[in-house]
Structure formats: C-alpha cells, structure tokens
Design a protein around this ligand. Structure first.
Ligand SMILES: [Zn+2]
Length: 206
C-alpha cells in the first residue's frame, strides 16, 4: 500500500503560499527526490517558465495549458508541485488523484477564495481530497491585522464591484490582502436597486 499524500497550501493573495511551496520543493530536492513543478498558463503575454514568490525566490517550472498535460511530464517524478491550483480546468481533480494513486506526493498551492469571497475554481473539491491543508493568513494591508483572510481587488485604487470578472488579464487592477473588517466589495447600481426594493417589500409586507 502506497502512502497517500496530497498537500495543499492555501489562503489569500500575499500570504506566502508560493514561498511555502518553494520551501517544500527545496526540501524534496535536498532529499534527492525527482521533483517536477507546474503552473497554468493564464496569460500568454507573461514570459518565463518559473514560479516566483513575492520575496524574489524563483524556481524553474513547466507551464501547462491544461491539467491533463501534467501527466505527460511526471512519469519519473517522485514529487509533483503545482502552483496556482485555482486556475486549472476541472480535470485537475482526476489528474491529482491519478498521481497520488501512482504513489507520487502532490503539493499544491492556490487561492481558496476569489475577490468576491467565492470559492475559486476547483479548490473546494481539491481541499476535500487533500490529506493535509495549511491555510495561511496575510497581513491586512489596511489595518495591519495578522488575519488577512481575503483578497481585495482594487481598480484605480477603489474596491472592485461584484460585476467585475473573476479573472482579469492585463487590466488596471491590483490586489491586496485584507482582514474581514477591512475587506470591501462594492455592489452595482442594479444590486443596490434590488436591495432597496426587497427592503421596501419587507417593510410593507408585500
Ligand atoms: Zn484590516
């Protein structure tokens, strides 16, 4: 019976997920394991085949267009590390289960929630299959709390509204970690109108 090992490192933007992934990769290399590292291609304009943490540490990695591609590179691997898990297509779940059944250890890193506080991609299912989950927190960029749990999207310095798409490529948006008190999601005018209407209905027992 082979060991079942699938670890996930998750949390908001800027909580050190990739840094922790790189630390675990380094340990595997020291242990003389054959390690293969992957990340999804989401923006063709981004060049370079490596993953990099915010503190500047980088490591060569294989850029893949689909989850199934990972299987083509991992025949001899002992350990498979995957960054940006939240961006992969639905096949990522079966790919990781296949790898673990082959006796390989899989270490993944990815955002748990998107900027709207909604579960990101196939992370919910992946978190269920993982046998070790580390949820990291970031420092809130607004008040300095150690419990930065949310990813705040800012567009021209202002909180994004709910109509903003889940994935933006090459836009003017920036991100920062925020605690639950400081996290903001703007409602659209339509949402506000619906809210006022529903309040009026409740108040007038309509
Ligand atoms: Zn805060």
């Amino acid at each position: 019976m082979k060991d079942y090992r699938f670890e996930i490192i998750t949390g908001p933007m800027s909580c050190g997920k990739t840094e922790e992934l790189l630390r675990r990769i380094k340990r595997a290399v020291i242990a003389n394991k054959n390690v293969k590292v992957f990340f999804p291609e989401i923006d063709k304009r981004v060049s370079g085949d490596y993953i990099r943490s915010r503190n500047g540490i980088a490591r060569d990695a294989i850029r893949v267009h689909s989850a199934k591609e990972i299987l083509a590179y991992t025949r001899d691997a002992d350990i498979v590390a995957i960054d940006e898990l939240q961006f992969f297509d639905r096949h990522i779940v079966e790919v990781i289960r296949t790898l673990t059944k082959q006796g390989k250890k899989v270490i993944g890193a990815g955002l748990d929630l998107d900027f709207k506080e909604e579960p990101f991609g196939h992370m919910p299912e992946l978190l269920c299959y993982a046998n070790k989950v580390d949820k990291l927190t970031a420092i809130c960029m607004k008040c300095g709390s150690e419990y930065g749990l949310r990813t705040q999207r800012l567009i021209n310095g202002e909180p994004a509204d709910v109509s903003s798409p889940q994935i933006m490529i090459g836009g003017d948006e920036t991100y920062e970690a925020r605690c639950l008190d400081c996290y903001e999601l703007k409602k659209t005018k339509e949402d506000k109108k619906l809210f006022v209407l529903s309040r009026a209905k409740i108040e007038h027992n309509v």
